[in-house]
Design a binder for this molecule. Structure first.
Ligand SMILES: [Fe+2]
Ligand SMILES: [Fe+2]
Length: 581
């Protein structure tokens, strides 16, 4: 039986090589084509995109959530609420001053408590109005899930109120409106389709319907009929911005996202701007008919990395970069809010971006520690692995809080089990974990699963199993790990298994379990897909690559399947080997 698996495995390798060679040749051909097009100049459209402003009226006095003397006021959302207005103002100042930027798109969540606190919307609209008047540049908005709802006890902003407050920021420029969606021309060649993707009765989930999907298709067709290229903006994500987003973060990506992406790509939409997930991420999808559509998720402006996008485009190319807010008016901040120490203000003035990163890490830790509940973990008491996961997660929190190095440290504990945690500057496991989460938000993540940082985290986590579940029969742990792997459809299991094997001389059931538990999450946060999130160039609307795309799509699909089979087979062989020992 084992020989049979090895035979299939070798077949898989050869097949993979052949496919890789074909793919490399076709990539080379398409790269030559792109560099020939790069000999261009002349920009047709040049603009900024910001998202998820989450404006908050600042507190009168600073509220503390943990003991850290500088960042201890980081809240559950890790959003810089007190500073939000000043960050938005700084972004608007930069956009106003930049002569290369002609207008500003904002893809929703304008006000943090926009449904219930009208004052927040009014403050944002006032900043936009001042910006438009002084710069002469237009702002176009769409609502996010924080911005309006059905009128009720807590909700004061309904659709009509939102439309009224933001009338001057897209709706007055609209050629046509449909609810809170609208279309407006951009420059000579383009048209904005601003889609309201929300359901006013829901807090986070999208409100996409067939009617909305078809409305976009009709508007795209109409744009082409009028000689214009359609650009789409909506709050919810169209494409996955992390592997398994539909599983791990399902309220953030629209329902039927692949089907909708195919339809909109085939309708000639190439460019989509979204927000909501608060990560900086670019993803390109090719429909089976060979049409490409890219969804650029823009991070929340008022959270690390305090970024917005800058786009320049013509027929041939769409180039994108990110711009950063690295300072705010701290005098205005201390005038509005009591309780900031000079140390905090100095830290902000030394570079707001670095400050925002530490603030985020503190906020994420605060949030995750409190978010390790069954629902967030996706487990229920009837699951075969429930007791294991529940116990492991509780113990995990304890281990992540241990200092990594020195007396009574995780490193010291690990040595009892012949596990060597590599040296680093990290303070504790939480420090490593939140570093990986902040990399996810900032985009362009580059943490291969075998890299030191990931290794430290995994080895620290495996201690939990060693300590907590030493009494459990290996067979039960294997079973649970198998169930978790099956439930998650994990890729790249090999890299992690190899790493664990190297470190610990042979894989134990406990290590298998921690790998099965951790790898889908790590993979989601620590690994990026092929498209650069923050800086790059994609094909413009005027280039028809349908046939090439169709060919590449087919090859990539085949490669993915081959990769998956290869990984799974190797995994099974390892399991079989261990069982046979
Ligand atoms: Fe948001
Ligand atoms: Fe949102």
């Amino acid at each position: 039986m084992l020989n049979y698996y090895i035979y299939i495995l070798l077949e898989g390798v050869n097949m993979k090589k052949v496919i890789s060679i074909i793919l490399s040749i076709s990539l080379l051909v398409s790269l030559c084509a792109v560099s020939a097009q790069a000999a261009r100049r002349g920009i047709d459209l040049s603009y900024a995109v910001a998202s998820d402003l989450h404006y908050n009226v600042p507190d009168e006095e600073l509220e503390w959530f943990s003991e850290d003397p500088i960042y201890g006021y980081a809240n559950r959302r890790a959003a810089m609420e007190n500073e939000s207005g000043l960050i938005i103002q700084e972004m608007l100042n930069q956009v106003a001053a930049d002569k290369n930027i002609d207008f500003l798109l904002v893809s929703g969540d304008l006000a943090d408590n926009g449904k219930s606190i009208l004052e927040e919307h009014e403050a944002v609209a006032a900043m936009f109005k001042d910006f438009e008047e002084t710069s002469g540049k237009q702002v176009y908005v769409v609502p996010g899930n924080h911005d309006y709802g059905n009128p009720g006890e807590y909700c004061v902003t309904d659709a009509a109120k939102f439309r009224e407050i933001y009338a001057e920021f897209g709706y007055d420029q609209a050629i046509e409106e449909e609810g809170l969606s609208y279309i407006a021309d951009l420059g000579e060649k383009y048209r904005l389709i601003a889609l309201d993707s929300n359901d006013p009765s829901k807090s986070t989930e999208d409100g996409m319907t067939n009617d909305k999907v078809n409305w976009v298709i009709d508007q795209a067709q109409r744009a082409y009929d009028d000689g214009r290229y359609p650009i789409l903006m909506m709050h919810h994500n169209l494409l996955d911005h992390m592997p398994m987003q539909r599983v791990l973060s399902h309220d953030f990506i629209i329902r039927n996202h692949t089907d909708t992406a195919n339809k909109w790509a085939n309708a000639g939409i190439r460019l989509v701007f979204s927000g909501h997930e608060h990560c900086s991420d670019a993803t390109t999808h090719t429909s089976p008919a060979g049409n490409q559509i890219s969804d650029f998720a823009t991070t929340s402006l008022t959270m690390y990395p305090l970024q917005y996008r800058f786009i320049e485009m013509n027929d041939d190319e769409i180039s994108y970069k990110t711009k950063t807010v690295d300072k705010i008016d701290t005098d205005a901040l201390t005038a509005a809010v009591d309780g900031y120490s000079q140390e905090q203000i100095d830290a902000m003035n030394n570079g707001l971006n670095a400050f925002a990163k530490e603030y985020l890490k503190n906020g994420v830790e605060y949030r995750l520690e409190r978010g390790f509940n069954d629902e967030q973990l996706g487990i229920k008491p009837s699951d075969i692995y429930y007791d294991l996961v529940r116990g492991a997660v509780d113990a995990l929190n304890d281990v992540l809080n241990l200092p990594l190095y020195g007396e009574g440290s995780a490193q010291e504990l690990a040595r009892k089990y012949n596990i060597e945690i590599p040296e680093s500057d990290y303070k504790d496991g939480w420090d490593v974990a939140t570093e990986l989460v902040s990399a996810h938000y900032a985009g362009s993540e580059h943490y291969p699963l075998y890299e030191r940082d990931v290794k430290i985290l995994l080895l620290t986590m495996s201690l939990v199993i060693k300590e907590e579940f030493a009494f459990l029969d290996d067979q039960i742990i294997f079973q649970a790990a198998g169930a978790l792997i099956a439930a998650n459809g994990v890729e790249n299991m090999d890299a992690i298994l190899d790493m664990v094997t190297d470190e610990t001389e042979g894989v134990t059931a406990a290590e298998y379990f921690i790998v099965a538990l951790a790898s889908p999450l790590l993979q989601s946060f620590a690994n990026d897909d092929g498209v650069d999130d923050n800086r790059g160039v994609i094909t413009g609307y005027g280039v028809n690559d349908q046939m090439t795309n169709m060919g590449n799509n087919l090859l990539e699909g085949t490669l993915n399947v081959a990769d998956f089979l290869y990984t799974m087979l190797r995994y099974f062989i390892k399991i079989l080997n261990i069982w046979m020992k």
